[in-house]
Design a protein around this ligand. Sequence first.
Ligand code: ATP
Ligand code: MG
Ligand code: MG
Ligand code: MG
Length: 464
Amino acid sequence: MDVHVKGWVRTKRGNKHVNFIALNDGSTINNIQVVADPNTIPENVLKLVTTGASLAVTGQLVESQGSGQAVEIHAKTIEVLGAADPEKYPLQPKKHSFEFLREIAHLRPRTNTFSAILRMRHAMSFAVHQFFNNKGFNYMHTPIITGSDAEGAGEMFRVTTLDAKNPPLKEDGSVDFSEDFFGKETNLTVSGQLEGELGALALGEIYTFGPTFRAENSNTTRHLAEFWMIEPEMAFYDLEDNMNLAEEFLKYLVQYALDHCADDLAFLEKRLLDEEKNKPANERSAMSLTDKLRFVVENKFERVSYTEAIDILRNSNPNKKKKFQYPIEGWGTDLQSEHERYLVEKHFQKPVILSDYPKEIKAFYMRMNDDNKTVAAMDILFPGIGEIVGGSQREERLDILSARMTEMGIPHEEMDWYLDTRRFGTVPHSGFGLGFERLMIFVTGMGNIRDVIPFPRTPGNAEF
Ligand code: ATP
Ligand code: MG
Ligand code: MG
Ligand code: MG
């Protein structure tokens, strides 16, 4: 019986008696070997079978004599659906740098590495929904365009139909948004949390999973201007319940990758091992990618207060020659990713949940602790990344929330809808945000967040 396969040529090798074509249809990292005999397949067709060309092949599936694959297809006919001129096609079978591949982001899904990452993005998205669905959470869609900017702090992208060069102005010279599409100033959302809270205080347990936008300096390997965030929000959860859920969630996702992405993980792991071989021995990672994933699943995350963490950091010398790039000034300092990674990678050597941060460095909606200095916040820190999750118990007490808003200069009129949840039937509740691309960095072992999203958006970069 004949089989039919369609896909893209990864490589072709052989001689004048036989051709071996590695064909890939995108469904898996593994190629199917097509054997083409020049006596059966015309020379003018074989000439067009080059890396990147698309083919439709009919032939017989037989046990392979060669090593590396169990079966192969002996081609009876090959139709070249789309040729790819080897002089012009940028993805020739050699190692391309990730910098180069970012410049051809429209073609990079056709490489082994990026196809593996994209399949894993899909698997991880599916796992997110499965986890929450299994627990009875409702998936809630929060708005992309938002009229509230309480969280923005200058990091929002404005959405407007006004003429940017010549907007209508008010008497005081400021832009008159009453003439704009929505009749007020609007922005792209930085987080679905505040709207998510409305859902939790009606449905009990919800999660959002959508794009978020931050016009921040994203010239780091951990920040994008457009990224995807998963934000569960739960009524009747205190901070500890919140931490327990977040830890269980992260472990579930990592275990899901181990269980369902074995081939892609094996490929990425091998790629990383090859990279490690080029490094000096003392810089090589002792753990393989799957070891790292198993380590997260198997170890209880360390739970430490911010205050304890500051003590540890102040008394530590991360590197014999030099101290941290950003010194720890003392209690009240916000942690940089180098501090977070030190705690995880050097001090505790496991994922860390840091809690109870000074109120000054956290958002207005986080619940005030009895000491009146710290809030019931928690960040989860991962090796190689630093912060992967940020969350808190929310301030459910109207008077305290209102006083915090006044203290931080947040106008009450704008947030009246939010305050209604505290005016009527308020309950203790909590939630957190997981940056989807930070998770993807972890499960794929990639070093740069630009390489785990199909279309990275960073300052100066929105090609298409
Ligand atoms: P960071 O300290 O790394 O800048 P953050 O504290 O500003 O992060 P949160 O507002 O707590 O971030 O957002 C929740 C989560 O979203 C973070 O824990 C992180 O995983 C992810 N995240 C935040 N900003 C970005 C970004 N610019 N690109 C990708 N992921 C992000
Ligand atoms: Mg930030
Ligand atoms: Mg942070
Ligand atoms: Mg945070």
